[in-house]
Write a protein that binds this ligand. Structure first.
Ligand SMILES: [Fe+2]
Length: 522
């Protein structure tokens, strides 16, 4: 049956299918023996990590597993940073204390470092030594090239983290940008069944309490491929909904059900936040406040502006709620963050920085025609005046060379981003204000695998003039190479998540020339 665009966008089935990418395909995994899950031994079985690099400092992370965790009141952990892998030329060191109150995680903001160079770090406690991690400070001043990997949606029971292994194997990344769904809160089998792969996400129930979320992160961090990605590169991460729970907003979530004993939302949200801060190598704001949105300056070349489009948003409305979708008071960022974003963009443009890269969770580009509802209302499409405010700001303030990184869709998309793709835009990029590069999942089930969804992807390609690439069958990541002259995005796919593998293939490449706001086939 052929559908007109209008029918497609209004089709309840299409809307339902596209608005719940996270729950639609529970799929059986082939029964296979797990490949050697070699964990880091001793007290450091969750590995090491680094993140939120600045030009002079970086967050270093580990977690200690004391021999008798119940009895251990406090553990002192010695840390050292060196310029060499053997940790001989030490440039910073100290001791950090941890304990049960923070799940025995350790976070150090190691300062006094030089910009734009690799460092190596190690932790020691009780005679055990952690693996040696490698990290990198942000460059300062004139910078020729920045290389980032953008990824999302690592679902432990749904498959092996081969994407993390491929990213770990790259030697020359400045940072890994994780745009969310680092964990999934579901019980095993709800969205990915890890029984056959021996990848059961503990606890076996849905994560709801602080203890649940801590155990969930700890399970994920036993994965050797994830450990290796962290050990080799600094991460700059933001949460999406599943670090909290499915389809979350400021005051609740679709998958939060007090009536089934899950308690009140503020308590659950606080638990999820605390576990995230404990387990992720993210810089904490003094006073323990959560401040997910923050920015990173790669010399004069890139300002990376990380957003929280998830936890501060107003509640989602139905895809057919025209009034709600058009309500200018509904916000996806919240007013303080929106003002902060505009200030960051304005300052970056005025400083002459080459590119402004937004690292954020959900699809930004328009996929439904104006006034015709939304195809997906969990993304920026569900907050249309808020999206228009961003685009109007870019236009009015002449903020150029903006690339938006996103994920959440378990499929790969590349867009030019005009205000209205059907008016004042041509396929050559005229009228576009930015570009968007949406990364597929690391292991979550791809969105467009059913015959019905394949048909929809064909339709989308035909109907959206600003859509440059859509692939919905594969898992992978986006590699970004940024120079003064151009921003290049390459989609790399992995052939399987049913067994451990470091294989990958380059599936697509697009280039945005400076000043063009247009993605061209590379
Ligand atoms: Fe996801």
């Amino acid at each position: 049956m052929s559908l007109t665009r209008r029918q497609f966008l209004w089709s309840a089935a299409a809307t339902a299918a596209l608005s719940s990418p996270k729950l639609s395909h529970a799929w059986p995994l082939a029964l296979q023996a797990p490949a050697n899950p070699e964990f880091a031994g001793g007290r450091f079985r969750h590995g090491v990590a680094s993140g939120d690099p600045l030009a002079d400092r970086v967050i270093l992370w580990t977690c200690v597993t004391p021999p008798d965790e119940v009895a251990a009141a406090a553990v002192d952990v010695r840390w050292r940073v060196a310029t060499d892998e053997r940790i001989l030329q030490v440039v910073a060191q100290g001791t950090a204390r941890t304990g049960r109150e923070r799940d025995f995680t350790v976070k150090v903001d190691a300062g006094g470092l030089q910009p734009g160079r690799p460092y190596y770090y190690v932790f020691e406690a009780g005679g055990d030594r952690s693996p040696v991690g490698r990290t990198r400070t942000l460059p300062a001043g004139a910078v020729d090239r920045v290389r980032l990997a953008s990824l999302c949606c690592s679902n432990y029971p749904a498959g092996f983290f081969n994407v993390y292994r491929c990213v770990a194997n790259r030697d020359d990344l400045d940072a890994v940008v994780h745009v969310g769904d680092y964990i999934y809160e579901f019980e095993n089998g709800r969205y990915g069944d890890g029984s056959g792969l021996l990848r059961i996400p503990e606890p076996r129930k849905e994560a709801v309490t602080l203890s649940d979320y801590r155990i969930r992160y700890a399970t994920y961090r036993t994965d050797p491929d994830l450990q290796e990605a962290h050990r080799r590169h600094p991460f700059i991460a933001v949460w999406d909904d599943h670090e909290l729970t499915n389809d979350a907003w400021l005051d609740g979530a679709v998958n939060h059900n007090p009536e089934t004993g899950e308690g009140d939302w503020p308590t659950r949200r606080a638990a999820a936040y605390q576990a995230y801060l404990e387990w992720m190598p993210i810089r904490e704001v003094p006073g323990g406040d959560i401040h997910l949105y923050r920015s990173f300056r790669f010399g004069t070349l890139v300002d990376l502006v990380m957003l929280d489009t998830r936890a501060l948003r107003d509640q989602q409305v139905a895809t057919t709620d025209l009034e709600g979708l058009a309500n200018p008071r509904r916000s996806i960022l919240g007013a303080p963050q929106e003002e902060w974003l505009f200030n960051e963009l304005r300052a970056s443009q005025r400083a002459g920085t080459g590119w402004r890269v937004l690292g954020q969770q959900v699809m930004f580009a328009r996929v439904a025609q104006p006034g015709r509802g939304a195809l997906i209302s969990d993304s920026w499409e569900g907050y249309q005046p808020a999206r228009d405010r961003v685009l109007d700001f870019l236009s009015a303030e002449r903020v150029r060379d903006v690339a938006i990184l996103s994920g959440d869709m378990h499929s790969s998309w590349a867009f030019d981003v005009p205000r209205n793709p059907w008016e004042g835009y041509d396929r050559g990029g005229q009228g576009s204000l930015a570009v968007e590069l949406l990364a597929p999942a690391i292991s979550s089930p791809p969105l467009f695998t059913s015959p019905e969804m394949r048909d929809r992807s064909v339709l989308l390609r035909a109907l959206l003039p600003h859509l440059k690439f859509l692939e919905g069958d594969s898992r992978g990541y986006v590699l970004l190479d940024i120079t003064r002259a151009q921003l290049r995005g390459e989609w790399y796919f992995v052939p399987t998540v049913l067994e451990r593998s470091a294989a990958e293939t380059r599936a697509a490449a697009f280039v945005c020339e400076r000043g063009s706001a247009h993605l061209a086939d590379a």
